[in-house]
Design a protein around this ligand. Structure first.
Ligand code: HEM
Ligand SMILES: *[C@@H]1O[C@H](CO)[C@@H](O)[C@H](O)[C@H]1NC(C)=O
Ligand SMILES: *[C@@H]1O[C@H](CO)[C@@H](O)[C@H](O)[C@H]1NC(C)=O
Ligand SMILES: *[C@@H]1O[C@H](CO)[C@@H](O)[C@H](O)[C@H]1NC(C)=O
Ligand SMILES: *[C@@H]1O[C@H](CO)[C@@H](O)[C@H](O)[C@H]1NC(C)=O
Ligand SMILES: *[C@@H]1O[C@H](CO)[C@@H](O)[C@H](O)[C@H]1NC(C)=O
Length: 348
């Protein structure tokens, strides 16, 4: 389904570009200089945010990559909807540590400790087997062509679409790192759930993402689950939480640290398997699960944006897509940097 959309969207886009071109050029017919300026602007605009990645990167090298990725993600999500959430989170945690370079996917080696056991990831990140399945399918189709970092980007998009969220064309051309850095992953670049609003704004700013991007990307918590240990402090100790909600969560998350730490709760209590804007509706009634969720609507600078997204699913979809593309452009390896891993768990 996604790859069909991909093709029809290409057609839509080329139609759209033709319209734009007509719109831009015809008013200036009298001046050839204006036409040249308009064409230069048109040529530069699409690349201005992301000089090194492109939507057509695999159109010649591996045109069926989308179909292959989607079919694996589709059966994994059909088996367990949460896996779509887990894959999306992998992309976030990869992109925030030394850029979107597939470093999170590397297992530990004698020469380095990988990122999988860093604080934000240990006993928490999941979905690596799905990435392995996609990789082996894509390697059979186009050996040595598609990076693990790009697979993560495409699989994240497919996960969002399969769970009912927006479609977008993924920017591609990333290459894979030949190393991972436990220390970099472990020292706060990925914000903890205890973050206050200024911590969140600062950690996203450090990755070139605005407060608006941060609020839109947090909407990813419309799907998936969190462990008791990540929200215990909030449900027992905080006052900006709906009482009924707190009591319900306490039933499966004991107060004492070390007991029931891994018990799970849905991040979105209403529609946890559906990618929608209910995350924001929950914040309005003080039913954000994580401390870092509720700080987005707690009398601070992001309240109005949370209200907007709660009332306008299209505004959320559109900002989420822009922010995903922006996050996906975070310091990719390109050209001859890095490599195309044959197995996402180890360097070649
Ligand atoms: C704003 C700062 C963020 C914080 C503090 C944060 C924190 C967390 C925490 C603590 C969990 C639960 C992990 C566990 O208990 O094992 C979680 C889950 C999740 N996060 Fe975030 N997150 C943030 C932003 C994001 C972003 C930007 C995305 C993706 C675009 C994302 C996607 C997810 C998803 C989908 C899950 C559920 C994963 C699953 O069920 O396996 N989060 N997050
Ligand atoms: C593109 O990649 C090259 C290295 O391959 C790098 O020097 C350059 O800064 C990158 N440009 C952007 C806009 O990321
Ligand atoms: C990761 O979690 C395991 C199991 O809980 C623990 O034994 C290990 O020490 C943790 N690793 C790190 C690096 O914290
Ligand atoms: C790993 O990350 C840390 C913290 O960002 C940095 O100081 C260190 O130089 C990095 N190590 C390597 C080998 O890149
Ligand atoms: C947010 O947390 C940091 C520590 O992580 C603290 O220094 C700062 O004062 C806090 N900001 C607010 C507004 O509470
Ligand atoms: C609640 O706060 C108190 C006082 O700061 C602290 O001692 C306790 O550990 C906290 N409880 C939880 C479950 O976080």
């Amino acid at each position: 389904m996604v790859y069909i959309l991909e093709n029809s969207y290409v057609q839509f886009l080329s139609h759209y570009n033709t319209c734009i071109r007509k719109m831009e050029v015809s008013p200036f017919r009298s001046s050839s200089l204006a036409i040249v300026v308009a064409l230069v602007v048109l040529l530069l605009l699409p690349g201005s945010s992301s000089a090194n990645l492109s939507k057509n990167f695999y159109s010649e090298k591996c045109p069926n990559v989308f179909k292959a990725v989607e079919s694996v993600v589709k059966s994994a999500v059909a088996k367990e909807p949460r896996i779509g959430a887990s894959i999306l989170r992998l992309f976030f945690h990869d992109c925030f540590v030394d850029g979107c370079d597939g470093s999170l996917l590397l297992d530990d080696t004698p020469s380095f400790q990988g990122e999988k056991t860093a604080a934000a990831n240990n006993n928490s990140v999941r979905g690596f087997e799905v990435i392995d399945d996609i990789k082996s399918k894509v390697e059979k189709l186009c050996p040595g062509v598609v990076s693990c970092a790009d697979i993560l980007a495409i699989a994240s998009r497919d996960s969002v679409v399969l769970l009912g969220g927006p479609f977008w064309r993924v920017e591609l051309g990333r290459r894979d790192s030949r190393t991972a850095n436990f220390t970099a992953a472990n020292t706060g670049v990925i914000p903890p759930p205890t973050s206050n609003l200024s911590n969140l704004i600062t950690t996203f700013r450090a990755q070139g993402l605005s407060a608006r991007d941060m609020v839109a990307l947090s909407g990813a918590h419309t799907i998936g689950k969190a462990r008791c240990t990540t929200f215990r402090g909030r449900i027992y100790n905080e006052s900006n939480i709906d009482r009924t909600f707190a009591l319900a969560r306490q039933r499966k998350c004991p107060r004492t640290s070390g007991t029931g730490d891994n018990n799970l709760a849905n991040l979105d209590f209403r529609t946890p398997k559906h990618f929608d804007n209910n995350y924001y509706n929950n914040l309005l009634i003080r039913r954000g699960l994580l401390h870092s969720d509720q700080v987005l609507f707690n009398g601070g600078s992001t309240d109005s944006l949370v209200r907007t997204y709660s009332q306008n699913n299209k505004a959320f979809d559109s900002d989420f897509v822009s922010a995903m593309i922006k996050m996906g452009n975070n310091k990719p390896l390109t050209g001859s940097q890095g490599e195309i891993r044959r197995n996402c768990r180890r360097m070649n």
